[in-house]
Ligand binder design. Structure first.
Ligand SMILES: Nc1ncnc2c1ncn2[C@@H]1O[C@H](COP(=O)(O)OP(=O)(O)OP(=O)(O)O)[C@@H](O)[C@H]1O
Length: 389
Protein backbone atom coordinates (compact mmCIF):
# COMPACT_ATOMS: atom_id res chain seq x y z
CA UNK A 1 0.00 0.00 0.00
CA UNK A 2 2.80 2.44 1.00
CA UNK A 3 6.22 1.43 -0.19
CA UNK A 4 9.50 3.22 0.49
CA UNK A 5 12.25 2.35 -1.96
CA UNK A 6 15.71 3.43 -0.88
CA UNK A 7 14.51 6.86 0.17
CA UNK A 8 17.01 9.47 1.34
CA UNK A 9 16.27 12.99 2.49
CA UNK A 10 19.03 15.52 2.83
CA UNK A 11 17.98 19.02 3.88
CA UNK A 12 19.54 22.13 2.31
CA UNK A 13 21.89 22.60 5.27
CA UNK A 14 23.34 19.14 4.67
CA UNK A 15 21.47 17.31 7.45
CA UNK A 16 20.67 13.77 6.36
CA UNK A 17 17.33 13.16 8.06
CA UNK A 18 16.56 9.83 6.38
CA UNK A 19 19.12 7.57 4.79
CA UNK A 20 18.27 4.81 2.29
CA UNK A 21 14.95 3.85 3.82
CA UNK A 22 13.12 0.79 2.41
CA UNK A 23 10.00 -0.66 3.94
CA UNK A 24 6.40 -1.42 3.08
CA UNK A 25 3.15 -0.87 4.95
CA UNK A 26 0.31 -3.20 3.97
CA UNK A 27 -3.28 -2.15 3.42
CA UNK A 28 -5.17 -1.79 6.70
CA UNK A 29 -1.99 -2.10 8.72
CA UNK A 30 -1.02 0.22 11.56
CA UNK A 31 2.71 0.79 11.64
CA UNK A 32 4.25 2.80 14.43
CA UNK A 33 7.50 4.68 13.84
CA UNK A 34 9.37 4.96 17.10
CA UNK A 35 12.76 6.32 18.02
CA UNK A 36 14.53 9.16 19.78
CA UNK A 37 14.10 12.80 18.87
CA UNK A 38 15.63 13.85 15.55
CA UNK A 39 15.96 10.37 14.05
CA UNK A 40 13.83 11.15 11.00
CA UNK A 41 10.32 9.95 11.89
CA UNK A 42 8.52 13.17 11.00
CA UNK A 43 10.54 13.58 7.83
CA UNK A 44 9.49 10.05 6.79
CA UNK A 45 5.87 10.96 7.37
CA UNK A 46 6.01 14.29 5.56
CA UNK A 47 7.43 12.68 2.46
CA UNK A 48 4.29 10.54 2.16
CA UNK A 49 1.99 13.53 1.71
CA UNK A 50 4.68 15.52 -0.08
CA UNK A 51 5.09 18.24 2.51
CA UNK A 52 8.74 17.32 1.98
CA UNK A 53 10.28 15.80 -1.16
CA UNK A 54 12.86 13.01 -0.98
CA UNK A 55 16.37 13.77 -2.26
CA UNK A 56 16.48 10.32 -3.85
CA UNK A 57 14.48 7.12 -3.94
CA UNK A 58 10.78 6.56 -4.53
CA UNK A 59 7.62 6.29 -2.48
CA UNK A 60 4.77 4.30 -3.98
CA UNK A 61 1.16 4.57 -2.92
CA UNK A 62 -0.91 1.67 -4.25
CA UNK A 63 1.84 1.06 -6.78
CA UNK A 64 1.92 4.65 -8.04
CA UNK A 65 5.03 6.78 -7.60
CA UNK A 66 3.71 9.71 -5.56
CA UNK A 67 6.18 12.08 -7.25
CA UNK A 68 4.03 11.77 -10.36
CA UNK A 69 0.79 12.67 -8.56
CA UNK A 70 -0.68 16.11 -8.00
CA UNK A 71 0.12 16.94 -4.33
CA UNK A 72 -3.31 18.38 -3.61
CA UNK A 73 -5.12 15.34 -4.97
CA UNK A 74 -2.65 13.09 -3.20
CA UNK A 75 -3.40 14.76 0.15
CA UNK A 76 -7.09 14.11 -0.29
CA UNK A 77 -6.30 10.41 -0.07
CA UNK A 78 -4.32 10.94 3.11
CA UNK A 79 -5.65 12.08 6.50
CA UNK A 80 -3.11 13.91 8.64
CA UNK A 81 -3.25 14.27 12.42
CA UNK A 82 -0.60 16.21 14.31
CA UNK A 83 0.07 16.92 17.94
CA UNK A 84 -0.90 20.59 17.79
CA UNK A 85 -4.16 19.47 16.12
CA UNK A 86 -4.35 22.74 14.17
CA UNK A 87 -8.09 23.30 14.52
CA UNK A 88 -9.41 26.65 13.27
CA UNK A 89 -10.15 28.63 16.45
CA UNK A 90 -12.94 30.70 14.89
CA UNK A 91 -14.82 27.70 13.52
CA UNK A 92 -17.12 25.42 15.50
CA UNK A 93 -16.10 21.82 16.12
CA UNK A 94 -18.63 20.64 13.54
CA UNK A 95 -17.32 23.04 10.89
CA UNK A 96 -13.74 22.14 11.71
CA UNK A 97 -14.57 18.48 11.20
CA UNK A 98 -16.32 19.25 7.91
CA UNK A 99 -13.34 21.20 6.52
CA UNK A 100 -12.15 18.65 3.98
CA UNK A 101 -15.60 17.65 2.69
CA UNK A 102 -16.22 21.41 2.20
CA UNK A 103 -13.00 21.73 0.24
CA UNK A 104 -14.09 18.76 -1.83
CA UNK A 105 -17.23 20.71 -2.73
CA UNK A 106 -19.77 18.67 -0.78
CA UNK A 107 -23.14 20.30 -0.07
CA UNK A 108 -23.09 21.98 3.36
CA UNK A 109 -25.82 19.74 4.78
CA UNK A 110 -24.07 16.56 3.63
CA UNK A 111 -20.71 17.72 4.96
CA UNK A 112 -22.20 18.59 8.36
CA UNK A 113 -24.04 15.27 8.53
CA UNK A 114 -20.81 13.44 7.82
CA UNK A 115 -18.99 15.55 10.42
CA UNK A 116 -21.64 14.74 13.04
CA UNK A 117 -21.28 11.00 12.31
CA UNK A 118 -17.53 11.23 12.73
CA UNK A 119 -17.76 13.12 16.01
CA UNK A 120 -19.98 10.31 17.28
CA UNK A 121 -17.45 7.79 16.06
CA UNK A 122 -14.65 9.39 18.08
CA UNK A 123 -16.83 9.57 21.19
CA UNK A 124 -18.04 13.17 21.08
CA UNK A 125 -21.73 14.04 21.15
CA UNK A 126 -22.27 16.34 18.15
CA UNK A 127 -25.31 17.95 19.80
CA UNK A 128 -23.20 18.88 22.85
CA UNK A 129 -19.74 19.50 21.40
CA UNK A 130 -20.51 20.22 17.74
CA UNK A 131 -21.37 23.90 18.21
CA UNK A 132 -18.53 24.62 20.63
CA UNK A 133 -15.29 26.30 19.61
CA UNK A 134 -11.94 24.50 20.01
CA UNK A 135 -10.94 26.51 23.08
CA UNK A 136 -14.07 25.24 24.83
CA UNK A 137 -12.81 21.64 24.66
CA UNK A 138 -10.36 19.69 26.79
CA UNK A 139 -7.02 18.66 25.27
CA UNK A 140 -8.25 15.07 24.83
CA UNK A 141 -11.43 16.23 23.14
CA UNK A 142 -9.44 18.43 20.76
CA UNK A 143 -7.33 15.43 19.79
CA UNK A 144 -10.50 13.46 19.07
CA UNK A 145 -11.72 16.26 16.79
CA UNK A 146 -8.34 16.11 15.04
CA UNK A 147 -8.87 12.39 14.36
CA UNK A 148 -12.48 12.95 13.24
CA UNK A 149 -11.38 15.70 10.86
CA UNK A 150 -8.66 13.53 9.34
CA UNK A 151 -11.23 10.79 8.69
CA UNK A 152 -13.86 13.14 7.22
CA UNK A 153 -13.18 12.46 3.56
CA UNK A 154 -12.69 8.75 4.28
CA UNK A 155 -9.07 8.63 3.09
CA UNK A 156 -7.51 5.18 2.83
CA UNK A 157 -4.31 6.39 4.53
CA UNK A 158 -3.82 8.15 7.85
CA UNK A 159 -0.60 9.82 8.92
CA UNK A 160 -0.49 10.52 12.65
CA UNK A 161 2.44 12.47 14.09
CA UNK A 162 2.50 12.20 17.90
CA UNK A 163 -1.27 12.73 17.89
CA UNK A 164 -1.65 11.99 21.61
CA UNK A 165 1.64 13.53 22.69
CA UNK A 166 0.22 16.64 24.33
CA UNK A 167 -2.26 15.04 26.74
CA UNK A 168 -1.71 13.59 30.18
CA UNK A 169 -0.96 9.85 30.52
CA UNK A 170 -4.45 8.84 31.66
CA UNK A 171 -6.23 10.61 28.82
CA UNK A 172 -3.55 9.36 26.48
CA UNK A 173 -4.25 5.74 27.35
CA UNK A 174 -7.95 6.31 26.87
CA UNK A 175 -7.36 7.92 23.47
CA UNK A 176 -5.17 4.98 22.48
CA UNK A 177 -7.88 2.46 23.40
CA UNK A 178 -10.51 4.45 21.57
CA UNK A 179 -8.30 4.74 18.55
CA UNK A 180 -7.66 0.98 18.48
CA UNK A 181 -11.39 0.35 18.61
CA UNK A 182 -11.95 2.91 15.87
CA UNK A 183 -9.25 1.33 13.72
CA UNK A 184 -11.04 -2.03 14.00
CA UNK A 185 -14.02 -0.37 12.30
CA UNK A 186 -12.32 1.86 9.74
CA UNK A 187 -9.21 -0.28 8.97
CA UNK A 188 -7.10 2.52 7.55
CA UNK A 189 -3.50 2.14 6.52
CA UNK A 190 -1.81 4.08 9.28
CA UNK A 191 1.67 5.46 9.84
CA UNK A 192 1.88 6.57 13.45
CA UNK A 193 4.87 8.48 14.81
CA UNK A 194 5.65 8.36 18.51
CA UNK A 195 8.72 8.49 20.67
CA UNK A 196 6.95 6.47 23.35
CA UNK A 197 7.78 2.77 23.06
CA UNK A 198 4.75 1.77 25.18
CA UNK A 199 2.49 3.55 22.72
CA UNK A 200 4.28 2.01 19.75
CA UNK A 201 3.91 -1.47 21.25
CA UNK A 202 0.30 -0.99 22.19
CA UNK A 203 -0.91 0.38 18.87
CA UNK A 204 1.32 -1.07 16.19
CA UNK A 205 0.64 -4.16 14.12
CA UNK A 206 4.30 -3.66 13.34
CA UNK A 207 6.89 -1.27 14.69
CA UNK A 208 9.69 0.47 12.83
CA UNK A 209 12.41 1.24 15.36
CA UNK A 210 14.47 4.17 14.11
CA UNK A 211 18.11 4.80 14.74
CA UNK A 212 19.63 7.88 13.19
CA UNK A 213 17.89 8.21 9.81
CA UNK A 214 17.53 4.45 9.46
CA UNK A 215 15.22 1.65 10.50
CA UNK A 216 17.03 -0.69 12.84
CA UNK A 217 14.21 -3.21 13.11
CA UNK A 218 10.82 -3.55 11.44
CA UNK A 219 8.83 -6.21 13.19
CA UNK A 220 5.86 -7.18 15.34
CA UNK A 221 5.81 -5.63 18.81
CA UNK A 222 6.42 -9.04 20.41
CA UNK A 223 9.45 -9.66 18.21
CA UNK A 224 10.93 -6.21 18.85
CA UNK A 225 10.60 -6.76 22.59
CA UNK A 226 11.54 -10.43 22.57
CA UNK A 227 14.27 -10.49 19.97
CA UNK A 228 15.84 -7.08 19.44
CA UNK A 229 17.70 -7.24 16.13
CA UNK A 230 20.63 -5.05 17.11
CA UNK A 231 22.30 -3.87 20.32
CA UNK A 232 20.84 -0.43 19.59
CA UNK A 233 17.28 -1.82 19.61
CA UNK A 234 18.00 -3.87 22.74
CA UNK A 235 19.17 -0.70 24.42
CA UNK A 236 16.18 1.26 23.17
CA UNK A 237 13.58 -1.25 24.36
CA UNK A 238 15.42 -1.31 27.66
CA UNK A 239 15.74 -3.66 30.56
CA UNK A 240 12.05 -3.46 31.47
CA UNK A 241 11.01 -5.05 28.20
CA UNK A 242 9.55 -7.98 30.14
CA UNK A 243 7.06 -5.53 31.56
CA UNK A 244 6.30 -4.05 28.15
CA UNK A 245 5.83 -7.55 26.83
CA UNK A 246 2.85 -7.94 29.14
CA UNK A 247 1.08 -5.47 26.86
CA UNK A 248 1.48 -7.61 23.76
CA UNK A 249 0.88 -11.09 25.14
CA UNK A 250 -2.76 -12.14 25.17
CA UNK A 251 -4.38 -14.31 27.81
CA UNK A 252 -5.15 -17.68 26.21
CA UNK A 253 -7.50 -20.40 27.41
CA UNK A 254 -4.54 -22.76 27.90
CA UNK A 255 -2.99 -20.39 30.45
CA UNK A 256 -5.82 -20.79 32.90
CA UNK A 257 -6.28 -22.69 36.10
CA UNK A 258 -9.54 -24.49 36.82
CA UNK A 259 -10.74 -23.66 40.32
CA UNK A 260 -13.54 -25.56 42.11
CA UNK A 261 -16.88 -24.67 40.58
CA UNK A 262 -20.35 -24.79 42.15
CA UNK A 263 -23.74 -24.10 40.60
CA UNK A 264 -25.73 -21.02 41.58
CA UNK A 265 -28.79 -23.22 42.10
CA UNK A 266 -26.98 -25.75 44.35
CA UNK A 267 -28.07 -25.86 47.98
CA UNK A 268 -25.53 -23.98 50.06
CA UNK A 269 -24.97 -26.86 52.47
CA UNK A 270 -24.08 -29.27 49.70
CA UNK A 271 -21.66 -26.80 48.10
CA UNK A 272 -19.98 -26.17 51.45
CA UNK A 273 -19.54 -29.93 51.89
CA UNK A 274 -18.03 -30.21 48.43
CA UNK A 275 -15.52 -27.42 49.10
CA UNK A 276 -14.59 -28.91 52.44
CA UNK A 277 -14.01 -32.30 50.86
CA UNK A 278 -11.79 -30.71 48.21
CA UNK A 279 -9.96 -28.62 50.77
CA UNK A 280 -10.81 -25.50 48.75
CA UNK A 281 -11.13 -22.06 50.31
CA UNK A 282 -13.43 -20.69 47.64
CA UNK A 283 -15.25 -21.64 44.47
CA UNK A 284 -16.43 -19.95 41.33
CA UNK A 285 -20.22 -19.82 41.03
CA UNK A 286 -21.70 -20.47 37.61
CA UNK A 287 -25.30 -20.40 36.50
CA UNK A 288 -26.96 -23.22 34.54
CA UNK A 289 -25.53 -22.04 31.19
CA UNK A 290 -21.92 -21.79 32.37
CA UNK A 291 -22.00 -18.00 32.77
CA UNK A 292 -20.15 -16.41 35.65
CA UNK A 293 -22.41 -15.63 38.58
CA UNK A 294 -19.73 -14.74 41.15
CA UNK A 295 -17.68 -16.54 43.75
CA UNK A 296 -18.25 -17.94 47.19
CA UNK A 297 -15.90 -18.51 50.15
CA UNK A 298 -15.84 -22.00 51.66
CA UNK A 299 -17.10 -20.71 55.00
CA UNK A 300 -20.21 -19.11 53.51
CA UNK A 301 -22.34 -21.92 54.89
CA UNK A 302 -20.73 -21.99 58.35
CA UNK A 303 -22.90 -21.21 61.36
CA UNK A 304 -20.69 -18.21 62.14
CA UNK A 305 -21.66 -16.81 58.78
CA UNK A 306 -25.29 -17.08 59.77
CA UNK A 307 -26.15 -18.30 56.30
CA UNK A 308 -26.66 -22.00 56.51
CA UNK A 309 -29.72 -22.22 54.26
CA UNK A 310 -30.69 -21.25 50.74
CA UNK A 311 -28.83 -21.64 47.49
CA UNK A 312 -25.28 -20.82 46.57
CA UNK A 313 -26.52 -18.08 44.26
CA UNK A 314 -28.18 -16.25 47.15
CA UNK A 315 -24.88 -16.04 49.01
CA UNK A 316 -22.47 -15.60 46.13
CA UNK A 317 -20.35 -12.47 45.93
CA UNK A 318 -19.90 -10.39 42.87
CA UNK A 319 -16.76 -11.10 40.87
CA UNK A 320 -15.38 -7.74 39.81
CA UNK A 321 -11.95 -9.00 38.80
CA UNK A 322 -12.40 -10.45 35.34
CA UNK A 323 -11.07 -9.91 31.81
CA UNK A 324 -12.14 -11.24 28.40
CA UNK A 325 -10.00 -13.99 26.87
CA UNK A 326 -7.54 -12.34 24.48
CA UNK A 327 -7.02 -9.37 26.80
CA UNK A 328 -3.37 -8.58 27.40
CA UNK A 329 -1.50 -9.99 30.38
CA UNK A 330 -0.96 -6.38 31.37
CA UNK A 331 -4.70 -5.77 31.53
CA UNK A 332 -5.17 -8.96 33.54
CA UNK A 333 -2.40 -8.01 35.95
CA UNK A 334 -3.68 -4.49 36.35
CA UNK A 335 -7.22 -5.83 37.03
CA UNK A 336 -5.74 -8.13 39.66
CA UNK A 337 -4.02 -5.20 41.37
CA UNK A 338 -6.99 -2.91 41.04
CA UNK A 339 -9.23 -5.36 42.91
CA UNK A 340 -6.50 -6.54 45.25
CA UNK A 341 -7.33 -10.07 44.05
CA UNK A 342 -5.09 -13.15 43.88
CA UNK A 343 -6.53 -14.08 40.50
CA UNK A 344 -8.79 -12.84 37.72
CA UNK A 345 -11.60 -14.74 36.05
CA UNK A 346 -11.33 -15.04 32.27
CA UNK A 347 -14.51 -15.01 30.22
CA UNK A 348 -15.37 -15.79 26.62
CA UNK A 349 -18.42 -13.56 26.23
CA UNK A 350 -20.41 -14.60 29.31
CA UNK A 351 -18.88 -18.06 29.48
CA UNK A 352 -16.41 -18.73 32.28
CA UNK A 353 -13.15 -20.26 31.03
CA UNK A 354 -10.96 -20.36 34.15
CA UNK A 355 -8.83 -18.08 36.30
CA UNK A 356 -5.44 -16.52 35.76
CA UNK A 357 -3.20 -16.58 38.81
CA UNK A 358 0.15 -14.79 39.20
CA UNK A 359 1.95 -18.12 38.68
CA UNK A 360 0.01 -18.78 35.47
CA UNK A 361 0.66 -15.23 34.33
CA UNK A 362 4.36 -15.83 34.73
CA UNK A 363 4.09 -19.05 32.74
CA UNK A 364 2.22 -17.25 29.96
CA UNK A 365 4.95 -14.63 29.81
CA UNK A 366 7.56 -17.38 29.54
CA UNK A 367 5.58 -19.05 26.76
CA UNK A 368 5.60 -15.84 24.79
CA UNK A 369 9.33 -15.28 25.31
CA UNK A 370 10.13 -18.87 24.32
CA UNK A 371 7.92 -18.64 21.22
CA UNK A 372 9.88 -15.60 20.07
CA UNK A 373 13.20 -17.16 20.86
CA UNK A 374 12.23 -20.09 18.60
CA UNK A 375 11.04 -17.76 15.86
CA UNK A 376 14.16 -15.60 15.97
CA UNK A 377 16.43 -17.85 13.98
CA UNK A 378 13.88 -17.96 11.17
CA UNK A 379 13.25 -14.20 11.30
CA UNK A 380 16.94 -13.45 11.29
CA UNK A 381 17.15 -14.81 7.76
CA UNK A 382 14.64 -12.51 6.10
CA UNK A 383 14.75 -9.56 8.44
CA UNK A 384 15.33 -6.34 6.49
CA UNK A 385 17.58 -4.69 9.02
CA UNK A 386 20.22 -2.16 8.23
CA UNK A 387 23.53 -3.79 7.40
CA UNK A 388 26.34 -2.82 9.69
CA UNK A 389 24.00 -1.10 12.17
N1 LIG B 1 13.58 21.77 7.46
C1 LIG B 1 14.69 21.22 7.97
N2 LIG B 1 15.90 21.70 7.66
C2 LIG B 1 17.03 21.15 8.16
N3 LIG B 1 17.03 20.08 8.98
C3 LIG B 1 15.86 19.57 9.33
C4 LIG B 1 14.62 20.10 8.86
N4 LIG B 1 13.60 19.37 9.39
C5 LIG B 1 14.18 18.44 10.15
N5 LIG B 1 15.53 18.54 10.12
C6 LIG B 1 16.51 17.68 10.79
O1 LIG B 1 16.36 16.36 10.32
C7 LIG B 1 16.54 15.43 11.37
C8 LIG B 1 15.27 14.56 11.50
O2 LIG B 1 14.19 15.37 11.91
P1 LIG B 1 12.73 14.80 12.14
O3 LIG B 1 11.84 15.95 12.48
O4 LIG B 1 12.34 13.99 10.96
O5 LIG B 1 12.97 13.85 13.38
P2 LIG B 1 11.92 13.16 14.36
O6 LIG B 1 12.41 11.78 14.54
O7 LIG B 1 10.55 13.33 13.87
O8 LIG B 1 12.16 13.99 15.69
P3 LIG B 1 11.11 14.39 16.86
O9 LIG B 1 10.77 13.13 17.56
O10 LIG B 1 11.94 15.33 17.70
O11 LIG B 1 9.96 15.06 16.19
C9 LIG B 1 16.84 16.25 12.61
O12 LIG B 1 18.22 16.30 12.77
C10 LIG B 1 16.29 17.61 12.28
O13 LIG B 1 17.00 18.63 12.97
Amino acid sequence: MIRFENVTKRYADGTTAVDGLSFEVCRGELVTLVGPSGCGKTTTMKMVNRLTEPTSGRILLDGEDIATLDPVRLRRRIGYVIQQVGLFPHKTVLDNTATVPHLLGWQRARARKRAAELLELVGLDPSVHGERYPDQLSGGQRQRVGVARALAADPPVLLMDEPFGAVDPVVRERLQSEFLKLQETVRKTVLFVTHDLEEAVRLGDRIAVYGRGRIEQFDSPAAVLGAPATPYVADFVGSDRGLKRLSVTPVEAGDLEQPPVVGAADPLGRAAGQLKAEGARWAVVLDGSGSLHGWIPADAGAPADGAAGGTVGEHARRMAAWVPVGASLRQAFSTMLQHDAGWVAVLDGERFLGVLTPARLHEALRRSIDADANATSRDAVDLETVPGA
